[in-house]
Design a protein around this ligand. Sequence first.
Ligand code: NAI
Length: 345
Amino acid sequence: MTEARATIPATLIPGDGIGPEIIEAAVLILETLGAPFAWDVHQAGLAGIEAHGDPLPATTLASIRSTRLALKGPLATPSGGGYRSSNVRLREEFQLYANVRPGLTLMPGGRYDDIDLVLIRENLEGLYVGFEHYIPIGDDPHAVAIGSGVNTRAGSRRIAEFAFDYALKNGRKKVTIVHKANIMKALTGVFLDTARDVAKAYEGRVEVDERIVDACAMQLVLNPWQFDVILTTNLFGDILSDEIAGLVGGLGNAPGGNIGINAAIFEAVHGSAPDIAGKGIANPTALLLAAAMMLDHVDRHDLATTLREAIDGCLNVDGIRTGDLGGKASTKEYTAALVRRIKAA
Ligand code: NAI
């Protein structure tokens, strides 16, 4: 007799541009897998403005507050109109302090084979807090620009503990702390000192290593295989995670998870791709890999593995790929091929 499993309420945000197309693919794939999610569909981004006059409508926030779990399509931030990025607002609202960005070679024969690392970025502090102002001199109102970063001991401890716990839970051996404490002695010094302190509690279980961010950027290109888990601050994490996406074939395959105290939100790293929206050619892989992270998050590693294996088989055995990966398949054809693989698994 099969054991009945409870469904898990989760918020679904189709988003803008190619968002609804790739979300439709993800919902079908998750249904085929028998994933436990019961979707509560809400709008955000431009779709949120159209429906409710707000890129982050109160009903969407209320849904995430209740489900504490979301799968999200890309959200376009309208230029002008004074709207703040919905992604930043979501991070702040739900204290999504950890951004988890795996970098995994999906298709052998590219620039680098066998890359398998994870970058963990502090998502709320650092130089992205937006404490900026100008000082006018003479008739130049922007003669001097000043920006301050904020790193707290508590925030650094929280993200460092997250990274070491993540390493333990996921069978990873080493955490590399990436900083610039030789120059920004206070701002990234507190991050480095705190992370070193946290590392002591994991001695014998997780190895610790350190890099200055510029050296890390170079070493990622020369020898990315030396890294396992990279732990870093907000700005450095933003830059290095795109570098890592570039190592493994671009943003089309890069998923991300934003994990916090009050919620976890999974998404593709890419944006709404307005240039190809509505054409039926978007690659849903990054969002599907985000859905696999979401399955891991709710401890359905079995389904996450089936999904990752289906993607691998489809791309590398069947050779069915969307145009951005050099193939000819439409979003629907690629999705149908994945459904066949999952059903045959
Ligand atoms: P983008 O990632 O949307 O597009 C960059 C290029 O990659 C385009 O040529 C696009 O066609 C292609 N591309 C992206 N995803 C693809 C996919 N799944 N399949 C095939 N091709 C794909 O970046 P862009 O143009 O800078 O941003 C567009 C909008 O997205 C902006 O409003 C931006 O603010 C927003 N954005 C939202 C993010 C989020 O919600 N997490 C992240 C990044 C950008």
